[in-house]
Each structure stands twice: as structure tokens, then as C-alpha cells.
Design a protein around this ligand. Sequence first.
Ligand code: PSZ
Length: 290
Amino acid sequence: MKFAILNGEMIKRSDAKVDVEDRGYQFGDGVYEVIRVYNGKMFTINEHLERFVKSAESICITLPYTKKKITTLLEELILKNNLQEGIVYMQVTRGVAPRNHSFPTDNVLPSLVAYTKEVTRPLASLKTGVKTMVTEDIRWLRCDIKSLNLLGNLLAKQKAAESGCFEAIQHRSQEVTEGSSSNIFIIKDGSITTHPSNHLILKGITKDVILQVCESNKIVVEEQTFTLEDLASADEAFLSSTTAEVMPIIEVDGKRVGDGLPGPVTKRLQELFEQEIERQCGALKDKILK
Ligand code: PSZ
């Protein structure tokens, strides 16, 4: 039997239900996190909690528990569900109140939910790379908040799915922002570029891990905007996310990136990223390279 956390309590997953007037259900009035678990251990948990608190604060939700308490609850959930490889999904909403656009005035307790899911690493795609397409970024101007409102992202991802692509890369005018559920990096003549972490993209935890390992290894990454043309003429490109890790892009809108195979810089970053996973969570059974 699987369990979930609902408002601080461990309950049967099938009993985890919320009211129809939960503001998350009616308005998408909440924020969330997806945390990767390798070998039963959460990867970059502190960074995810920091971002969770920041997202909540930016929409004026005060988390009902401390970061430490949440960490303990999630660790208990992982143990209880016997999760080795997978994710923890966690969300908080403004709570249950009679439907009204403005925030409830009486003290409504935010609803916090967490559950786990078994997910394996996408090793085949990590080795071969994935196809992508580009689409206009139609989202709002606070993409830095990990909001439950994902319609723009969903419409983009559905276009990708209908085109047989792994991801839709979004752009505002000529500037590339991010994937529908990932950040994007390009490589040209050995130099690596990714969009700066501002209001137009989500500051990915995976992106930040990549920036850190690059710094430790004296690999320069520019956080600078780049255009659709830069993407089309890049030698290499890759996506980053909690579940996709460092995912090579081999095609954009049916045109090959570089020679159409994962490139040397991308492969090196995959290797460094795996080292960081192993440092935090212990040895991985399967590796991307070899
Ligand atoms: O399982 C999945 O499909 C996941 S788990 C996390 C994501 C997808 N994506 C997170 C994300 C995002 O939604 C947007 C719009 N931009 C960037 C990212 C990458 O963020 P991190 O690295 O924190 O997962």
C-alpha cells in the first residue's frame, strides 16, 4: 500500500482527497516542487525547499511547516513507500474557502500534499538525445514562480507530443526562454550559454547544479539570452530538468543540431552531473556513458 502526506499526516494514498473548493483545484492558486530520489535519497533537497518557500512567499502563502519539518515528513514518506528510484511531488495551495478571486480574509490553513512515484532514469534518451520543436512562449511574466498554473506549459508540451517531440522550446520574439518543463543550454565553438534566471524562466535546480559543477571544473557558462538563430546554428544543445537531467537535443524542428549526435561538451556535463548525483545519493547502478 502507498501513502501520501496530507496536511502533516501520513495517510493512505487513496484517502488523500481535497475539497472541491480548494483554491488549488479552482484557481491553480498554489505552488509545487518535484524532487528526484536516487537510492532512496532526495537529490538537492535543500535547494528545492528554498525554491518552494520562495515560490509560496511570492504569492503570499506562508508554509504551514518549517523546511526542517517538511524534510522529515518527506523522508518518512520515502521510507514508508519504500521508494528507491523516483520522485516526490509536493504542492501547497492557499487552502479551502468559498470561491472568490480575492484571498480569503479569515485564517485559512494552506493545504499541503505530498506523494511519491517510481520513475527510472531515461537512460536510452540520455544516450541518444531527443527531438524538439520550437513554439511561441505565451506564458505570463512570472515564470520564476513554480506555480500550479501550467496552461501555457501544457499547451506547448502537447504540441511537442503531437509532433513526436520530447520537448517544446519556447521563445519570446526571437529570444529563446526555456522548454515547457526544462531549461535549455546551447554550445557554440566550445562556449556554453543559457538564459539568465529572471522572471521569464524557472530557475531550475538542475540548471544551478550544472552551473556549479561547471564552476568547480573551470568550465565557463554565460547566462545570456540567445536567439532562435543561435539555437539553429549551435554545435550542441541540451535540456535540463529534475527528471530529464542533462538531456542532449539532437533535432530542432526537424533539423539536426550539429552532426545530429550528443556532442562532447554535453557528454562531459552528463558525466559531471552523474558524479554529483553519486556524491549526494551514492553509487548509480547504470551510467549514461559506456
Ligand atoms: O518529471 C517531469 O516531467 C519534470 S520534473 C521537473 C520538471 C519536469 N521541470 C521543471 C522545470 C520547468 O517546469 C520549467 C518550466 N522550467 C525548468 C524546469 C527545470 O527545473 P528543475 O531543474 O528544477 O527540475
